[in-house]
Design a protein around this ligand. Structure first.
Ligand code: NAD
Length: 418
């Protein structure tokens, strides 16, 4: 499938083939599971503040529709491509299946830099994208959510644009919405809290005490910041964080309250005076107990995997670790890996809760949301750890096996139409 050619898509395919080999899956069965069901590329012209008209490119990939509607985030980032979105959609499929959600995977993106656009331009772009996607989305077809560069406001514009088209309010068209539009309590924090919950499970598994444990976070956005804050609440010390502007390090622990004030004012980690400046690469190499990559794909590679010094690698980001790095990590008994499709699944699980609440117009309290989230994450963790130990395979292979097998079984039992 040359259309998806991109290093991140090749990486997702390599992971799939590794697991398919482990499952002794015949070659003839693989393409149907691996390649996306549908992909859309759209041109998005908008009027800019300076009076010019600029055309952006938008993408949406729906990986499989076997178990229900597709579900997945929408990313605004200058380097978004069809291949990257296809890889992220494939991982969403395995993540939803691993956690038992009635969804296939999807992902979307617009190649743009929202930080260099005015709010009005971002709004126009979002609304135009939604309009172009109308034939392909719907509460029973494909449901979007926030990802890198998008937030509750963007989801609100999607909900409004779709509802205006339908002629009535359709909150279930997106998740990660503001509470006032039918969002769920706990959704904004769900991914980071889920990461922290699973780090606590992993710490128990390897006998690590989280009180005073040291944590480094690459990518201090929604997922990274909430992971850090929740882990700090468990008594851990956050010693290094970064964002696209660079990072800061403080061996005594960063004051997250002051960091939040700095971010409020300056919108970037760089320049935070209560720590030494360090690079993004240095954050990954910081000796610590828990390392949370929560930014882009392919950050931990064959070149740096041997030099990472943590006890738990908690993948908040999607696809932060390449297969070359995986091969190195699987030889290192000092690092316990919480693979992305397990580690950051809290977001899609609470998105599912939000969708269910919207469809029923019946809303839950935050305690109920968090209890249900922890129950699903605990079950997935126990199953993955059990498989990993029983079959002597890595946590990533174990997690992918569960996800891929569930989709494979569903496809087999439904048969091939017509
Ligand atoms: P976000 O936009 O809120 O934050 C991303 C952060 O990463 C920002 O601080 C940004 O400055 C930083 N960043 C971007 N490029 C970087 C680089 N090259 N090096 C270092 N930092 C960089 O996005 P988010 O929603 O927190 O998503 C982060 C990751 O988590 C993505 O991989 C996303 O797919 C994944 N994820 C998000 C959710 C969710 O619910 N938002 C759920 C599951 C997985």
């Amino acid at each position: 499938m040359d259309a998806y050619d991109h290093p991140t898509f090749q990486m997702a395919c390599q992971q799939f083939d590794f697991v398919a080999d482990h499952l002794q899956m015949p070659e003839s069965e693989r393409p149907r599971l691996k390649y996306p069901k549908r992909a859309m590329i759209v041109s998005l012209p908008i009027n800019c503040e300076d009076g010019s008209t600029k055309v952006y490119t938008g993408f949406r990939v729906q990986h499989h529709l076997t178990l229900g509607p597709t579900k997945g985030g929408l990313r605004f980032h200058p380097e978004v491509t069809l291949g990257e979105v296809a890889a992220l959609a494939m991982w969403m499929s395995w993540k939803c299946a691993l956690t038992g959600l009635p969804y296939g995977g999807a992902k979307g993106g617009i190649a743009c830099d929202p930080h260099r656009m005015s709010p009005r331009e971002v709004e126009r772009l979002t609304r135009r994208y939604t309009q172009e996607m109308i034939p392909f989305i719907g509460p029973q077809i494909d449901v979007m959510a926030p990802d890198m560069g998008t937030n509750e406001q963007v989801m609100a514009w999607i909900m409004d644009s779709y509802s205006m088209h339908m002629g009535y309010s359709v909150p279930s068209i997106v998740t990660g919405k503001p509470l006032s539009l039918g969002g769920s309590l706990g959704r904004r924090e769900a991914t980071g809290r889920g990461v922290a919950h699973l780090v606590a499970r992993a710490a128990d598994t390897i006998g690590l005490k989280l009180k005073n444990a040291t944590v480094a976070v690459q990518g201090y956005g929604n997922v990274g910041a909430v992971s850090a804050q929740t882990l700090a609440g468990f008594g851990a010390k956050i010693i290094a964080v970064s964002d696209v502007s660079g990072g800061v390090y403080n061996a005594r622990g960063l004051n997250l309250g002051k960091l939040a004030e700095h971010l409020e004012k300056h919108r970037m980690v760089k320049g935070f005076s209560e720590g030494e400046p360090i690079s993004n690469e240095q954050v990954l190499l910081t000796p610590c107990d828990v390392l949370v990559p929560a930014a882009m794909e392919r950050q931990i590679t064959g070149a740096n995997a041997g030099r990472i010094r943590c006890r738990i690698l908690a993948e908040g980001a999607n696809g932060p670790t390449t297969p070359e790095a995986d091969a190195i990590l699987s030889q290192r008994e000092d690092i316990f890996v919480l693979p992305d499709i397990l580690c950051n699944a809290g977001g899609v699980v609470v998105s599912y809760f939000e969708w269910v609440q919207d469809l029923q117009s019946f809303f839950w309290g935050e305690k109920e949301v968090m209890e249900k989230l922890h129950h699903i994450l605990d079950e997935a963790y126990d199953r993955v750890l059990g498989n990993s130990r029983a079959q002597k395979i890595s946590m990533r292979t174990a997690a992918l096996c569960v996800g891929i097998q569930r989709v494979r079984e569903a496809k087999a039992i439904r048969g091939l139409f017509p």
